[in-house]
Design a protein around this ligand. Sequence first.
Ligand SMILES: Nc1ncnc2c1ncn2[C@@H]1O[C@H](COP(=O)(O)OP(=O)(O)OP(=O)(O)O)[C@@H](O)[C@H]1O
Ligand SMILES: [Mg+2]
Length: 376
Amino acid sequence: MKILAIDDSNVNLLVMKGTLEKHLPDARLETASSGKEGLDLARTWFPDTILLDLQMPDMDGYETIRHLKQNPATAYIPVIVITAADVESKDRVRALDLGADAFLQKPISSHELVAHIKVMLRIKKAEERLRHSQKLEAIGILAGGVAHDFNNILTVIRGYSTMLLMQSAPEDPNHESLQMIVDAAKRATSLTQSLLTFSRKQESTPSKAELCTLVSSFEKFLRRIIGDNITLNFICDQHTVHASVDRSMIEQMLMNLAINARDAMPDGGQLTIATAHVVLDSKAASALELSPGIYIHLTVSDTGCGIPKELIPKIFDPFFTTKEIGKGSGLGLSMVYGIVKQHCGTISVDSLPGNGTTFSIYLPANDTPVIPQENQ
Ligand SMILES: Nc1ncnc2c1ncn2[C@@H]1O[C@H](COP(=O)(O)OP(=O)(O)OP(=O)(O)O)[C@@H](O)[C@H]1O
Ligand SMILES: [Mg+2]
């Protein structure tokens, strides 16, 4: 977590530094002694929260907030304004109007400072998640519309080229060209199907299934995909929870995640698929943008190369790939995203470059858990 403190008083900056080092040891603090210096740092370093003094010579706190909020690159950074004890209500209102997010009064209580920073980070994360899902939603609508029309056109190309191919003898000089048209049309169809899955325009046929059984019935196939140098582990919790799912979509989702894990572990490693039932109360559910209730928590973890932090916001975008040309189309995770959303679930990723990646999926369960009877 990156925090920027802007204050013309060195003493205040030192106090904040001490407080953060003690109570938020993971936080990285940068300091600026003027509004101008603070703005420059905010534009290049992109902190997660800014602590801002109001009274500063040259560019004061109000002016600094105005600049921060005017620039789209820094407008989303939460600003906690540090005020003198005697600050008037109209000054607070002015700061709020300009875009301040919270106030702290001097002398600052370390507990309040830490609590405020935590709240700001929660809000920033929630906003980022919302913007990300809105972006994917917009791309989905666009891609889905194009894919739908393309699919219709491809049906005609596939139909006529297949018919012509059937009518041409193998020695016909056009036979090979026709075969190439048919093959290309098939590849294009598979690509548009992937886009339709991402944009949830693929029809689904849900049926009630027990996720743990569904996943383990797919085990043999997954083992074949990942090869011998990767160990596959299955962990199922003891509760039997059913969900209404489209079997083939869930299989496609697992297949895409397993292929990615395999590609991330060229020298072998561990792929672990776990299912558990969880009850999300309103706080836990809202953090995941879900409604409270019973969910199946499916995690797919690998011990592979991991994903750099700056790439994480892009991995679900259609056509985003880091694989060489011909190796990946960048549609695997877009499909996974579409499938999870079609099942009214949510997906997130946690990755540490060099250590591995975990995809965490929540799917709504449609019954109450059946707890094994053996202890009763
Ligand atoms: N388990 C993983 N470990 C490391 N990086 C991953 C993992 N899963 C996905 N990625 C990264 O996310 C990118 C996008 O993944 P996605 O599955 O959408 O496309 P792809 O695998 O590149 O191509 P496709 O799936 O269409 O063949 C990958 O290129 C890779 O950089
Ligand atoms: Mg993939």
